[in-house]
Design a protein around this ligand. Sequence first.
Ligand code: PMP
Length: 381
Amino acid sequence: MGRYSNISENAEQAMSIKYNTIVYDLKRKGVKVLVMSLGEAFFDVPLYSFAELPISEIYHYSHSLGIPELRKKLADYFLKQYSIPLNSDKEILITSGSKIAIYMALMAILNPGDEVVVQEPCWVSYPEQIKLAYGIPVQIPYDRSIYDYEKYITPRTKAIIINNPHNPTGYVYTKEEITYLLELAAKHNIWLLSDEAYSDFVMDGKFISPGSIDKEKNHTIIFNSISKNFGISGWRLGYIISNEKMIHNVLKINQHLITCPATILEYYVLNYFEKILSYTVPMMKELHEKRKAVAAYMKDIGLECLPGSATFYFFVSIIPTKLTSEEFCTRLLTEEYISVVPGLGYGYSCDKFVRISIGTSKLDEIKCGLDKIKEFIIKTS
Ligand code: PMP
């Protein structure tokens, strides 16, 4: 028998993907499930012609920073949309999804045993990715304020990760909070990793990226994704923005792990960038209204959640239940055919929460689902 590494043996499955895999299996057997666990919103983006893309390029490897024209397009978008200036030749790298971009950045900054501070609830992959990069996740319980973060910083700390807007709460960081975190990063000579995969889901210009304050990107590493903002998660395109040296170090890792993302899909996004956005932007506005309606409904029926105002996620308290979040979600799925994600996947302090996504089901179905969740909390309390 061959032997395994401790790192792979000890790694946890991504909780959200684990539950969604059960849903895919149930659906294949013909079971009707109310899906409130998927990490995406279904936008009706039409399929444009692949025949229009440059045939001499699309079948081949492309630049390992990403094709220059798409980098330039994203740089222009960042300046216009988020007031972040960036040099598209040196400060951005496009790769196969923001997930691998985050991992490669962690590999670029961590030596074995270095620490990374992240507050719970935190996106399921941060702690595991930190461990896969031989680092140590330092997880702050959900009920602390960001002004407590400094207490968790040690000489081994290399970075803080934030997710803005936040999966699973929908929280949007204020300018004061981002400024404070950048000051903390500068004071301790560490990085602020800002995962902004859902940036376009924040309405009314309230989204603030550290890149708009730390314009030199001395402490800032930004991750963004084509998955959520463009509604095409299956195409696996994401990118990282930082200073030239950081991007160069990530580039070396990218060249050995990925080479480049799918060339044809980069050209597709480049060619139809504005057309895709003309579909997704109005749908994001609709989704924002849907979020408000769901929040009001939860208040009416007495379901509580952590503060948040953007994205399609809610982190809902199940506190009266006697069940763990995994028991709760497994029973909800097998007895009521409703899928949500256990809070435990987002940190040890979050076992009395579940993550609900409103991105893929209709409002009336979601309301029915919420009623059943409320009943299920009472039934199991
Ligand atoms: N960050 C967050 C917070 C996410 O929710 C996700 C996807 N679920 C990602 C990053 C990764 O996105 P992708 O790899 O599709 O770009």
